[in-house]
Design a protein around this ligand. Structure first.
Ligand code: FES
Length: 161
């Protein structure tokens, strides 16, 4: 067992984990952040995406010990109590939830993208960067040509911060 310390959504945690335990399992089973979902468990679907020190990572591919000393953000950290974040509200407004299973991962990936790119207009370059990292989402989009643009796309989206 290895002692690790990490901050999740601003809250400090200390725990002992096995070397082989994934960050996804640490978050879900050891710390109770069950908003991080597991789909493929081998880095393809993106459902488990969280931010580690601001960068999107697949929590199924990161060991808990690698998160020692980092700040992690999960989907639970987006809303302010009952107040949805601007991104969550945009997903709701644009009916972008679909079945909802991969939504936490997609939200966190879009959160990282917007944090990096701010209010810059989102051109076509966003597609492979964002959708290419979320297989399920990409597949749904490809299967439904003509669907309304996903919530992460509106040029009018502005951060509330
Ligand atoms: S569960 Fe991690 S990428 Fe699919």
């Amino acid at each position: 067992m290895h002692e690790i310390r990490l901050t999740v959504n601003g809250r400090a945690h200390e725990l002992a984990v096995e070397a082989r335990r994934t960050l996804a399992d640490v978050l879900r089973h050891d710390l109770g952040y069950t908003g991080t979902h597991l789909g493929c468990e081998h880095g393809i679907c993106g459902a488990c995406t969280v931010l580690m020190d601001g960068a999107p990572v697949r929590a199924c591919l990161v060991f808990g010990v690698q998160a020692d000393g980092t700040e992690v953000r999960t989907v639970e950290g987006l809303a302010d109590g009952e107040q949805l974040s601007d991104l969550q509200q945009a997903f709701s407004d644009h009916h972008a939830l679909q079945c909802g299973f991969c939504t936490p991962g997609f939200l966190m990936l879009a959160e990282a993208y917007l944090a990096e790119n701010g209010d810059a207009p989102l051109g076509e370059a966003w597609r492979p960067r964002v959708l290419g990292r979320n297989h399920d989402r990409h597949r749904h989009q490809a299967a439904a040509p003509g669907r309304p643009a996903p919530a992460a796309r509106p040029r009018s989206l502005r951060r509330r911060r």
